[in-house]
Write a protein that binds this ligand. Structure first.
Ligand SMILES: Nc1nc2c(ncn2[C@@H]2O[C@H](COP(=O)(O)OP(=O)(O)O)[C@@H](O)[C@H]2O)c(=O)[nH]1
Ligand SMILES: [Mg+2]
Ligand SMILES: [Zn+2]
Length: 341
């Protein structure tokens, strides 16, 4: 005889039939025993305490609504237990789920890449997304005009999470291009790829498309830069609400999450909610200079090792700055970040 049936019979003997709650509990237990198949999956979005998981090698668009299991195995060392892009193991409610039950995530894998920042509330880390190939940092040439200091912080965070950043300046239709080109020359010199586009006028979108093709790319930017417009233009249809949503979200304290959008089988965009602040987390003052490729050719020649390049005598980085070999703006950006770590 089958074990589950024996349990059922035992229950019938020991418990009065009227105890409906108990019966339900036992039945649920039996159900679990029958169908506890462990699946591997990908967290594609989250909402409050719920995570929506796409089963690996499943061609359907079905998403399993899951919660974190009380005994989850965590193979990364972040405080953010689960985030969009995480590879996980989960137990579906049952094999032929109709989407009604809740799955349980029982294991989250190590993160190959990740983008994290300081959380808005308190001195903690917030892993925005994980396991993407690269990050498209979207800025606007105007309305709202780009903040290069914030860009510098995002570039550092990309490096910290083993991610390749791509810089994308949108709304080029609103400005004189030359001024913008001048501002981003230094980034091109440092080896970053920079795109100048108009998501609205569909200008230079092919370059962006080529850069994200066959990759998973996290799109980030402050509210209003045209992230949703760009996503829609790349998809050729309205996927994301333009304008309105961003305004509503600004006033509320809802926890909004990133969202995986598949352009095709091998290409995905992880869309993120617009933010206003981006502060670093997990990087020490001592490490900071190494996140500035600008200093790379010089810091070995500093008299003091290690050198913070702030007050030390005979500092090769400061000499390079005086000779114009390092951008003043980037150096001041460094000082500001250094003070705030
Ligand atoms: N002039 C101009 N306006 C744009 C462009 N892209 C987006 N916008 C406008 O900027 C506003 C915010 O766009 P949205 O895509 O919602 O920004 P998001 O908050 O980053 O998602 C909307 O009014 C868009 O029509 C662009 O390339 N040029
Ligand atoms: Mg938007
Ligand atoms: Zn130095």
């Amino acid at each position: 005889m089958d074990n589950n049936i024996i349990n059922g019979e035992d229950f019938d003997v020991e418990q009065p039939k009227l105890d409906r709650n108990k019966k339900k509990r036992i039945l649920l237990k039996n159900e679990k025993k029958i169908s506890e198949v462990v699946n591997s999956g990908l967290v594609v979005t989250s909402k409050g305490r719920f995570y929506f998981v796409k089963k690996t090698n499943d061609d359907s668009n079905f998403l399993y609504k899951c919660v974190v299991s009380g005994s989850i195995q965590i193979n990364h060392n972040h405080k953010t237990i689960l985030t969009v892009g995480d590879k996980c193991e989960f137990i579906a409610p049952n094999d032929n789920t109709d989407g009604q039950g809740l799955g349980r995530i029982t294991k989250v894998e190590e993160r190959e890449t990740f983008l994290l920042r300081k959380s808005i509330n308190g001195n903690n880390e917030d892993v925005i997304a994980a396991n993407m190939h690269q990050v498209l940092v979207i800025l606007a040439a105007e309305n709202p005009k780009y903040n290069l200091h914030m860009l510098d912080k995002i570039l550092i965070s990309c490096e910290y999470g083993s991610l390749k950043p791509l810089i994308c300046i949108n709304k080029m239709d609103l400005v004189e291009s030359e001024k913008v080109f001048e501002d981003f020359k230094e980034y091109i010199r440092l080896g970053y790829q920079v795109f100048y586009i108009s998501a609205l006028k569909l200008e230079n979108l092919k370059q962006v498309y080529k850069a994200i093709e066959n990759k998973v790319t996290l799109f980030i930017g402050v509210s209003g830069v045209g992230k949703s417009t760009l996503v829609n233009s790349l998809f050729g249809k309205e996927i994301q609400k333009v304008g309105k949503l961003a305004k509503n979200l600004r006033g509320r304290h809802t926890t909004t999450s990133c969202n995986y959008l598949f352009l095709d089988n091998n290409t995905a965009i992880i869309d993120s909610p617009g933010f206003r602040e981006f502060d670093l987390f997990g990087i020490t003052k001592e490490e900071l200079p190494f996140y500035f490729p600008d200093f790379e050719p010089f810091y070995r020649k500093c008299k003091f090792q290690p050198c913070s390049h702030t007050h030390e005598p005979d500092c090769a980085v400061k000499k390079a700055l005086q000779k114009g070999k390092i951008s003043k703006r980037r150096y001041f950006s460094y000082l500001t970040i250094y003070e705030n770590l």
